[in-house]
Design a protein. Structure first.
Length: 352
């Protein structure tokens, strides 16, 4: 199991701190630095900046939004970043949610699985430098009865096969990730509740004949983003994560279509998930945060003294995690750097 660092969103007033965190992770031998996008900062610009200021750490998109770019544009961007960084780019993709897809990008959210499958097909085709001609249900290249022609990527990236990760929450999306992707970006990943989720990935891997018979996850990276708070007071550590959990469980999506709320329900927190959502949608955000159960946070984050965190790392490795992406939940830069450094030390002790 390797360590990654999740830098989150940029443009939030801590951009230089994020660069310093990425540089320290690079110095410590972290495998990858991930950046995110929603409807603020974009991933490629951020990763270009990080890539220019680091030497070895991989540059991960967590994730680039499928409705925000054509598949050809994503292939161009991925090839460019991989070329400029000397083969350090990891392409994470996700359909986002209906509010962002339709409200921000003006792209219908319907049939997300089918669109994702075709999108990845075209991206891979372009990165192989095939002549791109595609006749799908959701994408057609070139357009019929027009002046367009099938084209080939002019850039020669260092690798013809870039690692592609899918952000997935539901069982069918997890099967798709196992079938067509090289990794899974997980959120609210709990080793104790991961069996069914990983089995969905395995189902997709077996269907596509990927991996080996003995280990279908061979060649596949489970890469959860895990909030980390290092503190003697475990309850106080959980309080730092509660607003983040409440935002996703209560406010990401509509009442009828919130994938993170549904995930919490599948983990056995149905009553709490409903309460958090009711409070959040009523704009009682502090009450919603307070309603997030300690047990949910403890199951999906690493909190407490370093010894407690060290002991729990084994559970992630046993659950099949390949890259544990540290999301430092701390106030200032020094506190975040302390988390990054401590996790490197703890990982070394765990491996030893």
């Amino acid at each position: 199991m390797e360590l990654g660092v999740n830098l989150g969103y940029f443009g939030m007033g801590v951009d230089r701190d994020n660069v310093a965190v990425a540089q320290e992770a690079d110095r410590l031998g972290y495998a990858v630095a991930w950046a995110a996008e929603a409807y603020g900062s974009d991933v490629p610009t951020v990763l270009s900046w990080i890539g220019a200021l680091t030497s070895n750490i991989d540059l991960g998109a967590a994730v680039m939004q499928i409705p925000g770019r054509t598949p050809a544009m994503t292939a161009m961007t991925a090839a460019t970043l991989d070329t400029l960084s000397g083969g350090r780019f990891r392409l994470g993709l996700g359909v986002s949610g209906p509010q962002v897809s339709e409200g921000w990008h003006g792209v219908p959210f319907a049939a997300p699985l089918g669109r994702t499958r075709e999108y990845v097909d075209i991206v891979r085709m372009a990165l192989r430098r095939d002549t791109v001609a595609y006749a799908g249900r959701h994408f057609t290249l070139p357009l019929a009865d027009g002046p367009g022609k099938a084209l080939k990527l002019t850039v020669h990236p260092p690798r013809s096969h870039l690692p592609i990760y899918l952000a997935a929450v539901g069982p069918k999306n997890l099967e798709l990730a196992g079938e067509i992707a090289d990794g899974w970006h997980a959120i609210f990943f709990s080793p104790e509740h991961s069996g069914g989720l990983v089995e969905s990935v395995v189902t997709g891997r077996r269907r596509a004949g990927r991996g080996t018979e003995e280990d279908p996850l061979t060649g596949f990276d489970i890469a959860p983003s895990v909030p980390v708070v290092i503190a003697d007071d475990v309850e106080a550590a959980a309080d730092l994560i509660r607003p983040y959990a409440a935002l996703y469980i209560g406010g990401m999506g509509s009442r009828e279509q919130n994938f993170y709320n549904q995930l919490a329900c599948r983990m056995g927190f149905e009553e709490a998930a409903a309460q958090v959502q009711d409070l959040f949608l009523a704009k009682r955000h502090r009450d919603a945060a307070a309603a997030v159960p300690f047990e949910f946070i403890d199951a999906t984050a690493l909190i407490g003294p370093r010894e407690r965190i060290r002991d729990r790392l084994h559970r992630y490795a046993e659950a099949g995690v390949g890259t544990l992406s540290v999301a430092p939940f701390a106030g200032g830069l020094e506190e975040r750097l302390h988390v990054v450094r401590t996790m490197a030390e703890v990982m070394g002790q765990t491996v030893a």
